[in-house]
Design a protein around this ligand. Sequence first.
Ligand SMILES: Cc1ncc(C[n+]2csc(CCOP(=O)(O)OP(=O)(O)O)c2C)c(N)n1
Ligand code: SF4
Ligand SMILES: [Mg+2]
Length: 292
Amino acid sequence: MALDIKEYNTTVQPTWCAGCGNFAIHVALKKSLIELNISPSETFISFDIGCNGNGADTVGTYGFKGLHGRSIALATGAHLANRKFTVFADIGDGGCFHEGVDHLINAIKSNYDMTILIHNNQNFALTTGQATVTTPKGKKMYAQPHGSPERNLDIDNFILNLHPTFFAKAYSGDPIQLTEIIKEAVKHKGCSVINISQSCPTYNKEMTPQWFNENILKTNTITEYDNQSFDQAKELLNTANTTKKIYTGIIYQDTTIPTFYDNLESRKGILSELTEEVKEYNIKNLLKYTNS
Ligand SMILES: Cc1ncc(C[n+]2csc(CCOP(=O)(O)OP(=O)(O)O)c2C)c(N)n1
Ligand code: SF4
Ligand SMILES: [Mg+2]
């Protein structure tokens, strides 16, 4: 029987501001799972602290909401324990590029088979809009009315230079393209990173839907763009920097690198999951309290 979006929802209503891009990101996430025929009971999503993570109790899959910046680490644990699950790490730009940046680097290096959805609204929104490393220089913030004094960092080139096996960029105002990208990310065998430009009408007022429409270009409109070529991906991001445009689509994909599990000698030939194996051991005695 065909899956219905209602099965991925709980009865809890989201508390996001009107016009927040998080609504569309979660709709795209659910739509991609429906189209891939992956049920809520086959899905695990870890959520971070932030506006992004405030959608946790509205999603009816398995999930865990942990400490700020730790959503990638939690997703990693879930994936390593049971590969039968489709695993996502949902995280904001603050959580991902400040507290959690080590987890991003290690997930890419290890090539864990999971998908990282970065809700990038260029600010720490839940704590009332402070600047993150993704905030452009000079942008006026709630606590910095004269503009953020820090220079710009090129986050996309930072990610690409780690040689992720799947790297895409998307926009919350285009959930149809985002759905297609998430589907490809889930199908990809390895760590998929999607940097999603997320509308935040409350604390990122300049980046309106009209602004995005004028500044976004899709990679599939570039003649002969080959996203399997690292050099072309680099060139694309460098062009984006010079022209101040955002390219959305699959920026880079490498299908030749094995996943973490595929490389793990001790697990070769073992088809069972750790969650199944742990049931074979009786740990009752270990848990017995003794005051001797
Ligand atoms: C370890 C830790 N550091 C800081 C905070 C405070 N804090 C809570 S939410 C938040 C902002 C989150 O920003 P981001 O990850 O970009 O998510 P957004 O709210 O923008 O979706 C911060 C700094 C915290 N809860 N825990
Ligand atoms: S503050 Fe921004 S990110 Fe948070 S709910 Fe409102 S619009 Fe969304
Ligand atoms: Mg943010």
